[in-house]
Design a protein around this ligand. Sequence first.
Ligand SMILES: Nc1ncnc2c1ncn2[C@@H]1O[C@H](COP(=O)(O)OP(=O)(O)OP(=O)(O)O)[C@@H](O)[C@H]1O
Ligand SMILES: [Mg+2]
Length: 361
Amino acid sequence: MIIRPAAEVLFEKELHALAKADKGQKPANWKLSPGAVVDYIIGGKVGKLTIEPKYIGQRRLIEVAVASLATDRALLLSGIPGTAKTWLSEHLAAAISGDSSLLVQGTAGLLEESLRYGWNYAMLIAKGPSKEAMVPSPVLSAMENGKIVRVEELSRITADVQDALITILSEKTIPIPELNEQIQAKEGFNLIATANDRDKGINEMSSALKRRFNTVNMPLPQSLDEEVEIIRFRVEKLGRVIGIPDKKSTDQRIKQLVLVFKELREGVTSEGDLKLKSPDTTLSTAEAISVMINAQALSGYFGKDGISDRDMASSMIPAIVKNKDKDLSVWREYLEKVMRKRKDFKGLYEACEEEVRSLYL
Ligand SMILES: Nc1ncnc2c1ncn2[C@@H]1O[C@H](COP(=O)(O)OP(=O)(O)OP(=O)(O)O)[C@@H](O)[C@H]1O
Ligand SMILES: [Mg+2]
């Protein structure tokens, strides 16, 4: 079994059912109408089949994203780490093009040819420049086939290489001077970029490039309950995929974790009566999901009777204290000033105290 099948494979049944029932008007080369794409992302029902929600949050946000892809403007999903930018872009590509595999991973070392085309040098030397000797980038393949291409972490790419996208997005062509021709994008081609605005080592986009995008800012979950819901849902799914012994993580644990993360992230207690310092790392929903999966693995393989306070402590401390010099004092302050005073956190407080002592002191 494959560890992580592509979205269009994993949700083939849902996509098929949605396509069959789809009465909406489809933009050229789209597999589904915009309305059906939104249903696929937000979830719902088609006949008897339940469409699982992929993104938990505002429907309007997804409508805006999908509408933008139906125009000639590209879509930029921006926001802090762990707000489901990558996740959403994969599902959008799967629903719109039936193919989420056209992907460029942005890195600082990325060269322009990864956005345009390269050459198979053995063939180039043997036969000279020809279409066969050309190695198309995912962007070029998407243009030729009228599909969605994804550019991950756009802001990690150096600014001059990023700018190669300007002509692609405005002219919808890639000139190939070596062959004296140009490749023109088919209808259905568009681009989804993700960028996070918080990390170190990111490059500002030029305003010329920015103008080619509709930007959707991915928000953190609006409420405690919404965040609990996202985590519960994802942990259940992921737990199944990685085959961890099925001990249901209790809602209680998720709620505790979400509260701690939220308070640390916002720098204030939920009662609003105490200002706190925040650790350096962004304590995102994605991070909370990893903590819960980790705690579940610890309890599933080595514990009994579900997730213990110690499992939680061992899993959450490394997520919060990433930089010992800065974060440890923040965390200890939180333990003493907040967690210690809460009756229902007694067990967790003690486990965290002990873990901190054995790890760092
Ligand atoms: N609102 C949400 N609905 C559903 N899943 C969510 C939501 N927010 C976060 N997640 C989950 O968080 C996990 C990580 O998301 P993802 O990797 O897409 O984040 P990202 O925004 O691309 O982060 P980064 O900037 O670090 O690349 C995914 O498993 C996703 O399911
Ligand atoms: Mg990402």
